[in-house]
Design a protein around this ligand. Sequence first.
Ligand code: PBG
Length: 328
Amino acid sequence: MTFPHTRMRRLRRNEPLRALVRETALDPGDFIYPLFICPGEGVRREVSSMPGVFNLSIDEAVREAEACASLGVGGLLLFGLPESKDETGTGAWDENGIVQQALRALKQSAAAKKLVLIADVCLCEYTSHGHCGIVVKAGDAYDVDNDPTLELLARTAVSQARAGADVVAPSDMMDGRVAAIRRALDEASFAETPILSYASKFASAFYGPFREAADSAPQFGDRRSYQMDAANPREALREIELDLGEGADMILMKPAMPYLDVVRAARERFGVPMGAYQVSGEYSMLHAAFQKGWLDPQRAMLESLLGIRRAGADFIVTYFAKDAARLL
Ligand code: PBG
């Protein structure tokens, strides 16, 4: 039956009808809001390339958590800007590191009962060279050394679990880190702490503003020897398969908008809980267009999030979490 019997416009006539047949929904509980924790007190320093995103001292982060909880946001993803950095990223697993202190403070707050506290596991915010693992030099060349890095990542995850992280999320892209972290968590009696693996993380230009927010730009070279090539969707599926085999409980796809085909492919192949990270550059480019008056902020923001959900992500890590929750 085609036109004039079938008229697709019949179900688009008014909002109640459209709502009835809507296939995908946005729920604030599916948003995770990233926080960048810095030393000090009363610090709320805006990231110049990310309007509305701040480096927050722990007291301010607790206030932010309370705001998120009352908006119904699902969780927080914690990054740390340590007091000092060194070659091996000692600050990442320090029991009194910035993220560990923040986790303890957040755990004490009422907000913690409503939010999933996720700790990002990586060394790049803590190393003086800004790479995600231990760097070894060979003449003029250098390499990020996979296997010795695993032990440091595992230590980081355990210290975060001990400080109160509900979930640990390795974002470094070292091979074998999920297995190493799982083993270390189990040995330290954190068998119940889930791992959200950034299983499919591409070497992306869209991380640019984050590196200002987290002060983690590599001092030399780039991350292409450990993050994935943007051209490789099949490789992304292998990465996910390996991480699940090593014990990942959930997977995270990153970036989101330029990689929605990969999100969809992962959704079709794997039945596990999956998130997508709408990264800093995705947020900043939309904001730049908002500032110019080129895009309607509310509609473009919600549409970008809906696209990610429609591709198959169960949850979204997004700097829009609060703004979108407020609208919904
Ligand atoms: C750490 C990490 C990065 C992001 C999340 N975890 C940066 C990177 O890989 O360079 C990027 C997030 C964003 O751009 O919002 N490895």
